[in-house]
Design a protein around this ligand. Structure first.
Ligand SMILES: NC(=O)c1ccc[n+]([C@@H]2O[C@H](COP(=O)([O-])OP(=O)(O)OC[C@H]3O[C@@H](n4cnc5c(N)ncnc54)[C@H](O)[C@@H]3O)[C@@H](O)[C@H]2O)c1
Length: 279
């Protein structure tokens, strides 16, 4: 995809970090933006910044992990612009800890945001992209955590591996049916300086009860500190929007913010191929 001017870009979780950066890069290229976030202040701030750049768009403040809100985002897009050219399923949260300790509500929360909201996005928006028949793209924001493993964020890895799998499989499913106007992409960032370690601030109501003793545990506190150190030690956000749009232009399925991320990924595959256990 080379031409972005006057096309329509939909971004979930656009109130900060990577989603906001992609939205602004799209606006720089003349795209109209439809921005979602559960954080109304954040998403309105992103749109204000875009307007100052001379761009235009609309916002939806809603929990995108609920199917009805994905449907409402689609309706907003159609009612405002009547088409969709690029969908970026970016909303994501961070949950650390071993699967036998973290509360079930956290397992549901991270699965619904990191995986199912992206699934719903494809389910709801792809039929329109197929019907339009014009060049279109879907970017699912996964992670290098979707191609490698570590001991401290089991559900984060699980959701990101699944997100990459659904993106790869959808790409094949489109091609197998002769649908060639839609590019699929998996963005696999390593650490980027955002606010992902503060995800707890954006818990939906149904998962906001923190009375479980786990939230007072050393494991929980250590998870926060580890996550903050990793994220704040990452690369600045500045280059990420450009990285994504360059990959859209070049139709590169896998988008890396850190090209060296492929090394731990290939080590994991090497273990599989050579009959070794996970390490
Ligand atoms: N920052 C990193 O180091 C890094 C690395 C790999 C992958 N990622 C992925 O990048 C994506 C964006 O994260 P980020 O780093 O920009 O973090 P961020 O916290 O700065 O941005 C995430 C945005 O998603 C929003 N959000 C959370 N739950 C939501 C919901 N239910 N509905 C709608 N919006 C919701 C938040 O309010 C926030 O504005 C995530 O999918 C994350 O997993 C980030």
């Amino acid at each position: 995809m080379k031409d972005f001017k006057d096309k329509v870009l939909v971004v979930t979780g656009a109130g900060s970090g990577i989603g906001s950066a992609i939205a602004k890069e799209g606006a720089l290229r003349g795209m109209k933006v439809v921005l979602n976030d559960i954080d109304s202040e954040g998403v309105n701030r992103t749109l204000e910044e875009i307007k100052k750049m001379g761009g235009e768009g609309v916002t939806q403040c809603a929990d995108i992990s609920l199917l009805e809100n994905v449907q409402a985002l689609y309706d907003l897009t159609m009612n405002t612009y009547g088409r969709v050219d690029i969908l970026v399923n970016n909303a994501g949260v961070s949950v650390s800890g071993p699967v036998w300790e973290i509360p079930i509500q956290d397992i549901r929360w991270i699965t619904e945001v990191n995986l199912l909201s992206h699934t719903y996005g494809m389910n709801v928006f792809l039929p329109k992209m197929i019907e339009q028949g014009t060049e279109a793209a879907v970017v699912n924001v996964a992670s290098t955590a979707g191609v490698m493993i570590s001991p401290n964020a089991v559900m984060y890895h699980a959701t990101k591996f699944a997100d990459i799998a659904q993106t790869e499989s959808t790409s094949l499913a489109l091609k197998a049916r002769g649908i060639n106007n839609i590019q699929m992409h998996a963005l696999c960032p390593a650490f980027v300086q955002t606010t992902i370690h503060e995800s707890d601030k954006h818990r939906p109501e149904r998962y906001a009860d923190l009375s479980d003793d786990y939230y007072k545990s050393q494991e929980f506190k250590a998870g926060y500190i580890r996550s903050a150190r990793q994220v704040l030690g990452g690369i600045p956000i500045d280059s990420v929007g450009l990285t994504v749009f360059t990959a859209l232009e070049d139709n590169k399925f896998y988008i890396w913010t850190h090209p060296e991320s492929i090394i731990p990924a290939s080590q994991r595959l090497g273990n599989m191929v050579n009959g070794r256990n996970p390490a």
